[in-house]
Design a protein around this ligand. Structure first.
Ligand SMILES: [Zn+2]
Length: 306
């Protein structure tokens, strides 16, 4: 069954939209083919507030956030991950409010041993969009529960899109802030060495065992049937793997040739991202000894299916 995405989304840019009594979202002015309608900054609480993913370095976005906050206190700034469309505004927001910045760690904090070895021995390209200046006041770990302003917020480490990616589950709301891990408008970019497909699949499995009723993603609309989407994304990546293996078995190919072969009706602006995704699959298949490669480089031809 093909995965179905909902790309009909017309958020108000730069003005808070109330999603629940104690939850608002402000969409940043950074729409693009990679960020969809713009980064979604969530503000949780009614008196003391928690800001999740302040967004890109944008004065306009900062003003919108400050306007919504008004005289209220911001206690914490939570980061799902350190990409430039999510975390940079945390610094200015901290200056304005004095809130602590909380996240998992540096971008390569949780790279797997295999990926570390691979990326230290050859240039995999990638590393696009990392916020290199991210500074945290507090580092969290998997399964940690943050008790803040009457909420219990569980940290779920979900590497894959980026090794420091976390999802945040608010127990009282049966809601999960899914960052860029699971979104409803597209699958996430997995660009090695920061992106890791094996980790991504394990992170999806982790979410598939949970019972939250709604996901609030970093881009696009809330997901009201989140488990269905998590399972569909697992199936989608498994289908993609089969397509890639069959493409290689016909004739050895580079990642770019595989994209031309398996991505039908691809928006040309997304070709680079698709090549990165295919490379992520190939590295995962290589790690699992399902494909061999002539000489590992970004332009390598994957020679055969084992
Ligand atoms: Zn991201």
């Amino acid at each position: 069954m093909a995965i179905s995405f909902d790309t009909n989304h017309k958020p108000v840019i730069g003005k808070a939209e109330q999603l629940e009594d104690d939850l608002a979202v402000i969409t940043a002015d950074n729409a693009s083919p990679m960020t969809f309608t713009g980064t979604r900054t969530y503000i949780l609480g009614t008196e003391n507030l928690i800001v999740i993913d302040p967004g890109p370095d944008s004065n306009a976005h900062l003003s919108s956030i400050m306007e919504y906050i008004g005289n209220r206190k911001v206690t914490d700034i939570l980061l799902t991950h350190s990409h430039i469309d999510h975390s940079p505004l945390s610094r200015q927001l901290k200056n304005e409010t004095g809130a602590s910045i909380i996240g998992f760690g540096s971008a390569d904090e949780a790279r797997t041993t295999f990926m570390k070895k691979l990326s230290s021995s050859l240039d995999l390209g990638g590393e696009e969009g990392i916020d290199k200046n991210v500074t945290l006041d507090e580092k969290v770990i998997d399964k940690q529960v943050l008790e803040r302003n009457n909420y219990n917020i569980e940290v779920i480490h979900t590497p894959g899109h980026l090794s420091n990616h976390i999802c945040l589950a608010v127990k009282e709301k049966k809601a999960l802030f899914s960052g860029d891990h699971v979104m409803g408008w597209a699958t996430t970019l997995i660009s090695p060495p920061d992106g890791d497909l094996g980790s991504f699949m394990r992170s999806l499995e982790k979410l598939s065992e949970r019972e939250e009723l709604i996901y609030y993603p970093g881009h696009g609309k809330p997901l009201r049937e989140p488990k269905k989407m998590v399972l569909a994304q697992i199936a989608h990546r498994q289908d993609r793997e089969i397509q890639i293996l069959s493409s290689i078995s016909k004739n050895s190919k580079t990642p770019s040739e595989i994209v031309d072969d398996v991505y039908i009706d691809l928006n040309p602006m997304l070709k680079t991202a698709a090549v990165r995704n295919v490379l992520a699959h190939l590295i995962d298949l290589y790690e699992r000894e399902k494909v061999s490669v002539d000489k590992f480089a970004i332009t390598a031809k994957f020679v055969k299916v084992i």
